[in-house]
Design a protein around this ligand. Sequence first.
Ligand SMILES: [Zn+2]
Length: 850
Amino acid sequence: MTSLIRVTLFWALFSVAAYALLPQSVHAQSVQSPAEFLGYELGERFTRHHQVIDYFNHVAERSELVQLEPYGTTYEGRPLLTAYVASPENMDRLDAIRQTNLSIAGLSEDQETDNSNPVIVWLSYNVHGNESVSTEAAMKTIYTLIDPDNSEAQSWLSNTVIIIDPCLNPDGRDRYVNWYNRTVGAFPNVHGIAREHNEPWPGGRTNHYYFDLNRDWAWMTQKEVNERVAHYNTWMPHIHVDFHEQGVNSPYFFAPAAEPYHEAITPWQRQFQEMIGRNHARYFDQNGWLYFTKQVFDLLYPGYGDTWPTYNGAIGMTYEQAGSGRAGLGIITQEGDTLTLKDRIEHHYMSGLSTIEVSSENREGVVNEFREFFERARTNPEGPYKGYVIKGSAHRDKRNALASHLSKQGITYGYAQERQSANGYSYSTGASSRFSIEPGDMLISAYQPKSTLLRVLFDPNPSLSDSLTYDITSWAMPYIYGVEAYASTSAFTVPLNSQPQESNPKPETRNPEQIYAYLARWESFNDARFLADLLKHNIKVRYAEKAFSLNGHSYAPGTLIITRTGNEQLKEQFDQRVVDLAEKHDRHLTPASTGFVDSGPDFGSGDVHYIEPTRTAVLLSDPVYVYPSGEIWHYLDQQLEYPSTVFNARSFDVEDLDDIDVLILPSGSYSSVLTENTLEELVSWVRQGGRLIALENAANFFVGRDGFRLTRKTNVVKTDTLAQKQRRFADRSRLGASDNVTGAIFKVNLDTTHPLAFGYRSPYYTLKRTSTVFDLLENDNDWNVGVIPDEGHLSGYVGSLIEEAIDPGLVIGIQSMGRGDVVYITESPLFRAFWYNGRLLVANAMFFRQ
Ligand SMILES: [Zn+2]
């Protein structure tokens, strides 16, 4: 007995040592299958994210074919990682493969002529958290790929590097999975009416801040996407698959994608989508599985996990399995079949492997075409424009924000050193003209590896081969950032200089007793962040409602005045604190030794207002719409960084507003929350001095309600009766598009003398996403601060029926109500957090009250 124990112990010790010594292939045998590791068969239940991470760690520890690379964490702190799957030979030179690939794309210093580099396939799972089959399929896929007995997989690995991201949205996935696991009973119910098939608000699709991460690749406003794009750019894969799920009655969608395709997509990219689709079809046909291609999922908007990789030289694709947050472990489809989680796993598993197979079989062609894509980009970029010019007149903060966005996307730029003239398209007028490039203008040449992405991001008016698209039809960067810009038809050379990032000099504070006040300009969102920080630090701040001049400098309305008076409680710390915060936010402070100005109101005038530290509240949760809720929540938390109170809309009680100055209502459907009684109480809260900010559909809700003066244009959708009678059944979905606005850009003229528009230069550009148009306010006590003028439509698709009815239309208005007021902002200024130039507007509405 004793000796037996000793022998066992010996073997145990030996195996520990052997773990480090023996060839790794032996260990491959010891990799557990997902079922062995998790204790249940895949498809029997949903796997929590930490278990998925544990499994990938297990695989990486035991298999020489797998290495993990963490690339970030989510807002809720869950890890993000990719697994590399490669042959032992390729794994040994993994970083060399990566660098060779970057040099093939011209994205590194080296010139690479080696044609034998592996094809790189990147598989992205579960970007929508409740489309939760994907991560389960990822576990099955990686286990198959490392199986030493699977000779087919091993042959793929000889020329293919596979990058698996098992879960792009861990916070959303766990929100779904934890909800489902605690909701399902002992007997999963396959009837769609059961509770387990009906997720509560906000559902698991989005990330922590309710953002759709499959709309954010081009903008990187969300932590997860920001980290992922940085990681992606270090690899630049050739093939990228984004795994999704769709409605339970739509069996399966794979490439090729639907029209419209952006014009920048190459014939080869179209062709290879087709090849991949045909390979999938072979397997799906063999199994008798239903599927469709070329419908619904188009390739236009650049924020998707298929278009964005495509504009980055890859073959980018979306695969959609029937299921999503409704399907649970099993659900009856309209045909009466039961769609199970196991079925769903099989389909995504099959399309994943089929993708790797086609890629491996066509390695040479794929890599060569990838090389050519980037060679063309550098030497002979397609499209009408050879570069883009951001005028130096644009505000420094806006230009810097745009520049940082471009850098993160891997797009290079420089600054003009001499004057030259060029021809091109003016984003502000929508016309082509001659213009001049001045020293200091920001220059972005189309002759660079990321040229296609650049072209799409600056496309003044994306051409639509089909009016039916899944998303917005316009997004040009100059409108987003509110900068004057041109798309140039003539090429120019870009000096390799970077912007003189002149930071603001620190003010002189040696003799604080001589400083009466500090002045800070109000010109960009960074100024609002600075103000928010001052208020958080209990510093009293005022703002000038009218322009003034002092010591030969003129100051626009909105200028912040931070007087020593009122901040006595800070004693000698006052100057240091103000100066430190200005430095933190890179703001220019001007010390003033007097409150007696050269022209305009003095600092003690009634035209200089004290800014109360705004106590802000937001209504979130059902029936407020999910995405707009997230946009305002993310804005307050992550962009403005200003603490606020979030109320649950369902249990909202106006009495809770006793200590609140500003209530923000994001877009939503309010009739069940703001009932007649509640509305009356809300009006009386406003009358006592509250400010109500109603965004988008929240503004729409107040049309026709007692006390609210907003009205809607009723003539917007006109019916052409003859056309109506002659319409064809087959055209029915397209007819709907003629009274539609799917996201188009309009000019908005601003009254910059109103505090709501302080810091802006007119015009502002808005993304218009609905066909609802509002009249101008008519009461003498109300102000139309932002109005779509005649000919205001600049870019994007607008249905012919509403094009003419749209102007003038109210976008930003304010009506007084007793001692308070109601601000209407009818189109989101915070759309997907990327509409940068709208951010200041919300800060104005929060802080500038009188
Ligand atoms: Zn999806």
